[in-house]
Design a protein around this ligand. Structure first.
Ligand code: UDP
Ligand code: MG
Length: 313
C-alpha cells in the first residue's frame, strides 16, 4: 500500500493538538482504511508550552506518530522543510495544527492526484471570513504587487496545505535557500497543480502566531526572494530624476541669461533636497534588503537545528 506523510508544524499548539489528532484519525479511518498507510510527522518548532509532551504521549500510543523537535523557534518555513526532508511517504501533505486545513479534504485531494494528471493539489481560501478586514486588505494588495513584480505566479489565498507526489517533494527539498518563502518555492518548482477552493475555517483552539508586523516582514521576504523589480525601480527613479535635473538646469541657465540672477528659490531648493535625499535613502534601503538576504545566504547557517526526534527514545 502507498504511504501518505502528514507534516504538521506546531508552535505552542497544546490546546489544538489533541483535537487535530482526533480529527485526523477519524478521517484516516473513515476515508483511507485499506487505501493508504499514514505517518504523522509533528515538527515542534521550539514551543514554550506542553506541545512536545503531548506529541510524545501520542507517540506512545501510536506508532504512526513521528516527531522532530527543534532546539528553539525557527519559524514555520523551517518546520515545513524539516518535515518534508524527513517524510518517507509516496505522498506528502503539509497541515497546520489548528485544523484550519481540514483533514476531511484529504481524500478528495488524494483522488485527484491518483486519477487525474496532477502532481500536486493545493488549497486556496476563497473567503477570508473571520480575519481582521485590514489584514485581508493588505493581503490582497500584497498579492497584486508581487504578481506584477515576479515572474513566479503567487496564487491569492493559497494555503500551505497541499498534497504532493514524491518527486515534487524532492525538488522542493533540493532548494537549499536560507530565506524560504514556500508559496514561491512551490510555484518555482513547477509541476501540474490543481487548486481546490474552500471557505476559510477559523482555528479550533489557541491563537494565531502571526502579528501584523510579522506578516509584513514575511511579505518583504516574499518580494525579495522572488523578484528583483524593486532594484530596477530604484534605478529607473534615479534615471528619471537625472532627466528632471537636466531639464531644470537648462531652464535655469536660460532664465538667468534672460532675466539676470536675483537670489530666490531657497524654500523650493530645500524641498528638492529633502525629496531627493528621501528617494536616495529609500533606494539604499532597497539595496540593503537584498544585501542582507545575500548576507544571510552566504553565511550558510543551518535552516533549523534538531534537538530530538522519536528515534532518541
Ligand atoms: N507555526 C510554526 N512556527 C511558528 C509559527 C507558527 O510552526 O513560528 C505553525 C503553527 O503552530 C500552526 C501553523 O504554523 O500550525 C500556522 O500558524 P497560525 O495558525 O498561527 O497562522 P494563521 O493560520 O493564523 O496564518
Ligand atoms: Mg492558523
Amino acid at each position: 500500500m502507498e504511504k501518505i506523510s502528514v507534516v504538521i508544524s506546531c508552535y505552542n499548539e497544546e490546546k489544538a493538538l489533541p483535537l487535530f489528532y482526533e480529527e485526523m484519525e477519524r478521517v484516516r479511518k473513515q476515508d483511507f482504511e485499506n487505501i493508504a498507510d499514514f505517518e504523522y510527522i509533528f515538527v515542534n518548532d521550539g514551543s514554550k508550552d506542553n506541545t512536545l509532551q503531548i506529541i510524545k504521549d501520542l507517540r506512545k500510543q501510536d506508532e504512526k506518530v513521528r516527531y522532530i523537535s527543534f532546539s528553539r523557534n525557527f519559524g514555520k518555513e523551517a518546520a515545513m522543510l524539516a518535515g518534508l526532508e524527513n517524510a518517507t511517504g509516496d505522498y506528502v501533505t503539509l497541515m497546520d495544527a489548528d485544523l484550519q486545513d481540514p483533514p476531511s479534504l484529504l481524500r478528495k485531494m488524494f483522488d485527484i492526484i491518483k486519477t487525474e494528471d496532477y502532481d500536486a493539489v493545493g488549497t486556496r481560501r476563497v473567503t477570508r471570513k473571520g480575519e481582521p478586514p485590514i489584514r485581508s486588505l493588505f493581503a490582497r494588495m500584497f498579492y497584486k504587487i508581487i504578481n506584477k513584480m515576479s515572474s513566479i505566479e503567487m496564487v491569492d489565498g493559497a494555503r500551505d496545505y497541499r498534497l504532493m507526489k514524491r518527486k515534487v517533494v524532492d525538488s522542493i527539498v533540493s532548494l537549499k535557500e536560507y530565506n524560504r518563502y514556500s508559496k514561491g518555492l512551490f510555484s518555482f518548482v513547477g509541476f501540474n497543480t490543481k487548486w481546490l477552493e474552500y471557505e476559510n475555517v477559523e482555528r479550533v483552539a489557541g491563537e494565531t502566531k502571526w502579528s501584523f508586523w510579522k506578516l509584513f516582514r514575511y511579505a518583504i521576504e516574499g518580494i525579495t526572494a522572488f523578484s528583483t523589480t524593486p532594484l530596477i525601480m530604484s534605478s529607473l527613479i534615479g534615471i528619471l530624476f537625472c532627466l528632471i535635473a537636466f531639464i531644470a538646469i537648462i531652464f535655469i541657465i536660460i532664465k538667468t541669461l534672460i532675466f539676470g540672477d536675483p537670489t530666490s528659490g531657497w524654500p523650493s531648493l530645500a524641498c528638492i533636497i529633502v525629496f531627493v535625499s528621501g528617494i536616495q535613502l529609500f533606494s539604499i534601503g532597497i539595496i540593503g534588503q537584498y544585501l542582507s538576504k545575500t548576507y544571510l545566504e552566504v553565511k550558510n547557517r543551518p535552516i533549523y537545528i534538531v534537538k530530538e526526534t522519536e528515534k532518541d527514545n
